[in-house]
Write a protein that binds this ligand. Structure first.
Ligand SMILES: Nc1nc2c(ncn2[C@@H]2O[C@H](COP(=O)(O)OP(=O)(O)OP(=O)(O)O)[C@@H](O)[C@H]2O)c(=O)[nH]1
Ligand SMILES: Nc1nc2c(ncn2[C@@H]2O[C@H](COP(=O)(O)OP(=O)(O)OP(=O)(O)O)[C@@H](O)[C@H]2O)c(=O)[nH]1
Ligand SMILES: [Mg+2]
Ligand SMILES: [Mg+2]
Lengths: 279, 292
């Protein structure tokens, strides 16, 4: 970013392009640049590198405030994580990756095949369960997803399993009947546990533009999302929509997906994320 | 909505009837914001706004009473111009079978779209074959088999094979023998920057000489759409696009961007998860949606 020699309006146009092409919301971008212009005046900044550094700090500050980016662990097992999100974003694969990590840590893991709708969704999770050494709890295709999650939690209790990772079918946030189904899954999990799921993880696709904000708004309202998994960050998209999501909805980004193999998941690192975003 | 925002801009005019260049600039600022919020690519927006400005300022007198409608009309027309006309369907081969190759990023909807296309073509009296050439994703072959079974459309697969090129090639031979006149190749999701995977799909192309190479793109894709479309086009020479998940509330500005930059038509849109949820592309509906 910017081999420019001076702090002028052209520098700000360049910065605007960097922010907007990273999928940062246009209103958030305007706010950030207004704040930056004020900082330039107040601090009398003369070097583009200084301006960029202040920009980085302000984006970092907004991302680092608020919720805990570590995954919650229940003092009494099982720890239960529910994965939700729209179609094709990476829920099933993210579950597989997290299961792999937990297995590497010596934890026992149950995967709940809560997508009872899509063709071969259960088969897909079954392959992953075998690969990572997790137990699969499944019902027939077309069964009630709430029943699968209920059974998975019961099985975890009975067998003293450490974690339940629950998959759900992809659903557009605009489908009210599907969002109602998800609310029921959440309620059933809560009832089975005697407390809310330890995490409700909304999986977002890093290539998604402004619609990610809409998705987050609807899912947060429906099922108390506690964290975001930003998948497919190994592509060229920079995932800037999460900045607005974090600002407005206060949901922390917990995990980042960086590929299709079991090890391709990382804890969210705000510094790394902002550095990559600014290029 | 954009119309309401423009009305606000022009409402502040005095009753002199004439609109100044500053008013036009302010209106264009609102249009720019609307397009960026709709995920239209930054550079495409820039070019678009300067074209609209030329037309708006070039008009003899922008009457203040109708300024909002006039600007909206110009923007709408320019969007439709950009989106092209929706008439393009599948271009069939003079001698069967017609080969359609579906490619794109992970999770964009290729496998589901393959089944939808199969149903679409069968309803037109064709005899399609679906080909399970995704050898990477767990249960991808099974997914296509289930979809095909539900529709009673034959699915070609070689269980256990890790050779997408071999599968595609043998599928084509089988289709010729069995009299299938359309072959739809489902491929694995891949990154445009993954050299090995782009090499794989290039080799599938070389082995089957597709009549249609269609990039399947998620309608909620943001600024990255241009880079993805350009790179797939550079390496494969795409014939067109299929935009999926348009049944959501994404504005779909990626449609404008990819069409503007690659110049190939959007042929179909996915509007749901069921096999019949495929529609031809309607540029006027898309323009209205992008403007919000
Ligand atoms: N490159 C890359 N691909 C990913 C990542 N996460 C998931 N994928 C791929 O994205 C595609 C979709 O992933 P799934 O896990 O099936 O997505 P999903 O949300 O469960 O999809 P539905 O259940 O159909 O809604 C697969 O091809 C995955 O391999 C990631 O971090 N990077
Ligand atoms: N709502 C909606 N969902 C869709 C549409 N097209 C596909 N889907 C869903 O999107 C998800 C991903 O679809 P797939 O067909 O598995 O995507 P893919 O491109 O083959 O994925 P990979 O093979 O992993 O790259 C599934 O849940 C589909 O049901 C659509 O037009 N609308
Ligand atoms: Mg899934
Ligand atoms: Mg697929």
């Amino acid at each position: 970013l910017t081999g420019r020699g001076r702090v002028d309006e052209e520098l700000f146009e360049e910065l605007e392009e960097v922010l907007l092409t990273a999928d940062i919301n246009v209103h958030t971008t305007m706010q950030v640049l207004d704040d930056l212009r004020r900082a330039v005046r107040e601090q009398r900044l003369k070097e583009p590198s200084e301006v960029k550094s202040v920009l980085k700090e302000s984006l970092l500050a907004s991302l680092q405030s608020g919720g805990d980016s570590a995954l919650k662990v229940s003092p009494v097992p099982p720890t239960v994580y529910l994965f939700v999100g729209v179609n094709g974003v990476g829920k099933t694969t993210s579950i597989a990756k997290l299961a792999y990590r937990l297995r590497q840590q010596g934890k026992s893991v149950i995967l709940a095949a809560g997508d009872t709708f899509r063709a071969a969704a259960i088969d897909q999770l079954e392959v992953w369960a075998q690969r990572v050494g997790a137990t699969l709890i499944k019902h027939r295709e077309g069964a009630d997803p709430s029943a699968v999650i209920y059974d998975a939690i019961a099985a975890a209790r009975n067998r003293g399993v450490d974690y339940v990772l629950a998959d759900t079918a992809g659903r557009l946030h605009t489908r009210s009947n599907l969002m109602e189904e998800l609310k029921k899954v959440y309620r059933v999990a809560e009832k089975a546990l005697g407390r809310p799921p330890d995490e409700v993880l909304l999986v977002l696709d890093a290539t998604t533009g402004q619609n990610a904000i809409r998705q987050a708004q609807e899912f947060v309202q429906a099922v108390n999302v506690t964290g975001i998994v930003l998948a497919k960050l190994d592509g060229t998209a920079r995932g800037g929509a999460v900045i607005t999501i974090h600002d407005e909805l206060k949901v922390p980004i917990k995990l980042v997906g960086v590929g299709e193999k079991p090890a391709d998941i990382e804890d969210f690192d705000a510094e790394e994320f902002i550095t990559a975003l600014l290029g | 909505s954009l119309t309401e925002k423009l009305q606000k801009v022009f409402r502040r005019l005095s009753n002199q009837g004439k609109v100044t260049e500053q008013d036009v600039n302010e209106a264009l600022r609102e249009v720019r914001i609307a397009l960026l919020e709709a995920d239209v690519h930054f550079k495409v927006v820039k070019d678009f706004i300067s074209r609209v400005r030329e037309r708006a300022v070039g008009q003899e007198v922008l009457e203040s009473l109708t300024a909002t409608q006039q600007v909206i009309k110009i923007v709408h027309e320019e969007l439709i111009n950009l989106l092209g006309d929706g008439a393009e369907g599948i271009r069939f081969a003079p001698k069967p079978p017609t080969v359609i190759l579906l490619c794109g990023l992970q999770g964009s909807g290729k496998t589901t779209t393959a089944a939808k296309l199969g149903l679409w073509l069968r309803k037109q009296g064709r005899r399609p074959m679906l080909v399970a050439a995704d050898v990477h994703r767990p249960a991808a072959v099974q997914q296509l088999k289930v979809l095909g079974q539900n529709l009673q459309i034959p699915v070609f697969a070689i269980d256990g094979s890790r050779d997408a090129v071999r599968i595609a090639h043998e599928a084509l031979q089988t289709a010729i023998q069995q009299g299938n006149d359309v072959v739809i190749l489902d491929t694995a999701g891949r990154l445009h920057i993954d050299n090995e995977m782009m090499e794989e799909v290039r080799r599938v192309k070389e082995a089957t000489h597709p009549d249609e190479i269609l990039l399947v793109l998620d309608a909620m894709t943001g600024q990255d759409a241009v880079r993805v479309a350009e790179e797939f086009h550079r390496q494969l020479e795409v014939d067109g696009f299929i935009l999926t998940k348009l049944d959501g509330d994404t504005r779909g500005g990626a449609a404008i961007s990819i069409r503007a930059v690659v110049g190939k038509p959007i042929k179909f849109v996915g509007i749901g998860e069921k096999p019949d949820a495929l529609d031809v592309f309607h540029p006027d509906r898309m323009a209205g949606r992008i403007l919000g």
